[in-house]
Design a protein. Structure first.
Length: 448
């Protein structure tokens, strides 16, 4: 499903807002997107640019489900299916993204948003980069891009990720195609980190058909349905990149990062520019959701995993809730260890049972309140490799960040404080007693 088709579906579902008056990409548009609660929105007029802007398109799970044409509950299964069974995309000769080919590159024509006054400048925030690793093949990944001038960006390459390792293998620079205005399947695939050598464009295509076209000036293939494609190369030159708001809603540091030079822009005749709010719901969801199947697979090796959720309060990156059907006394502990292996950036993991609604923070807290004894239900692992995004971790340039990790087993404890096993009846006594459902429509409600 292309972005166009998805926008039509959003419109028919009454989920797409339209702003008709001109809005300035410099500091105004991001504030409006935020004030709208990141609901899907189309800005008809971006001041200083001929491109309309769309934003907030994947800010909620039900929107992503709509974008993939599935039910919300089917998201984790769909991601697992794509990860385990990628489908090679079809190649096409004529593509919407190449209706216009322009080698007179002028990046100032694009409505690139400056999100906050503390930012290092205008940033492309929803750009998906395609590169080719000389040994591992194609890689698809998000990279924020700071516009330096009319032909150049600074690109943030997180060390050890696909684009960074490919760039390190290319002493003369690495070809890159940056796609802006992508279907939800492409956005999700770009945020996945499958086994090295897996073609993430085939993951996107497994989620929803995403045919490819050859680029005009670089030896790369891009989704034919993209709105805008910037072709160029990542040079060996490095410049200051940042500050920029990151996932944890704290400002990321200024670092020396590579320069990207753009030599050609291809786009649809009436192309849309796509933006997303750094540190916002969409950033978090796209970042975290693709890790849920990886954690699920790891936990499932050891116990009966129901589902996994990376919670927005943890930046959808640092905190996971793992829901299991407990079959053995130590399943909770095994699940937390497996979860930390399944997502090495995870810092805190909470394991709960299948009677808890994991989407309700109050229920999660209730399960901690009623099932946890800190001396036996918690494990602390000091000095572990952690996320570069955690401001409280120990960061040494060029080294993996270090952090303490915590697992909380909030499943029903099978072992009593004195050491003996609880009977099934005793375990069931931990379950919440719920009031039966009644439809209030049958009662006459009166307000004084
Ligand atoms: C909205 C968004 C923005 C991101 N920005 C960056 C970035 O600027 N640099 C980076 O290296 N990774 C960034 N990421 C993370 C990568 O896209 C993600 O980790 C991806 O899985 C890396 O895949 P790879 O390991 O196959 O390269 C971002 C992710 C999202 C969802």
């Amino acid at each position: 499903m292309s972005l166009r088709r998805y926008l039509r579906d959003l419109e028919s579902a009454g989920r797409l807002l339209t702003v008709v008056r001109p809005v300035d990409p410099h500091l105004e548009m991001a504030t409006v997107i935020h004030a709208l609660g990141e609901q899907p929105v189309r800005f008809e007029h971006a001041t200083g640019s001929g491109y309309p802007v769309v934003a907030g398109l994947c800010s909620r799970r039900d929107l992503l489900a709509l974008g993939l044409g599935i039910a919300r509950e089917g998201l984790l299964a769909a991601l697992r299916q794509a990860l385990h069974h990628p489908v090679a995309p079809e190649m096409v000769a004529d593509a919407p993204c190449q209706e216009v080919v322009d080698e007179r590159v002028c990046l100032s024509h694009l409505p690139i948003l400056t999100h906050l006054s503390a930012d290092g400048g205008p940033y492309v925030s929803a750009g998906v980069a395609v590169v080719k690793d000389p040994e591992l093949g194609r890689n698809l990944s998000f990279h924020r891009l700071l516009r330096l001038d009319d032909r150049r960006f600074a690109i943030r390459l997180v060390e050890g990720r696909g684009t960074h390792t490919a760039w390190q293998k290319a002493p003369g620079g690495l070809e890159i195609a940056i796609c802006i205005g992508n279907a939800p399947a492409v956005l999700l695939a770009a945020a996945m980190s499958p086994a090295p050598g897996t073609d993430e464009l085939a993951l996107a295509n497994a989620l929803a058909p995403a045919p490819l076209v050859k680029c005009r000036t670089v030896d790369l293939e891009v989704p034919a349905d993209a709105e805008i494609v910037l072709e160029g190369h990542i040079t060996r030159e490095c410049v200051d990149e940042g500050p920029f708001l990151d996932l944890t809603e704290t400002m990321d540091l200024v670092r020396q990062q590579p320069v990207v030079e753009i030599q050609c822009i291809t786009h649809r005749r009436d192309a849309l520019y796509q933006a997303l709010l750094p540190g916002g719901l969409e950033h978090k969801l796209l970042m975290g959701m693709p890790r849920e199947p990886t954690i699920y697979d790891q936990v499932s090796r050891l116990c009966d995993c129901v589902t996994v959720l990376l919670t927005p309060g943890g930046g959808s990156w640092l905190h996971a809730v793992v829901q299991i059907r407990k079959r053995h006394a130590d399943d909770g502990r095994r699940a937390m260890e497996a979860a930390l292996q399944g997502h090495p950036s995870l810092k805190h993991v909470l394991v709960v049972e299948d009677d808890i609604n994991i989407y309700d923070p109050a229920e999660l807290e209730w399960s901690i309140a009623t099932r946890v004894q800190a001396d036996t239900s918690m494990v602390v692992w000091p000095d572990q490799g952690g996320s570069s995004l955690d401001p409280s971790a120990l960061h040494v340039p060029g080294q993996k960040s270090r952090t303490a990790k915590v697992g909380i087993d909030a499943t029903i404890p099978w072992i009593k404080p004195a050491g003996e096993l609880r009977t099934e009846a005793e375990r069931n006594a931990f379950r919440r007693t719920r009031y039966p459902f009644v439809s209030v429509n049958q009662y006459v409600l009166k307000k004084d």
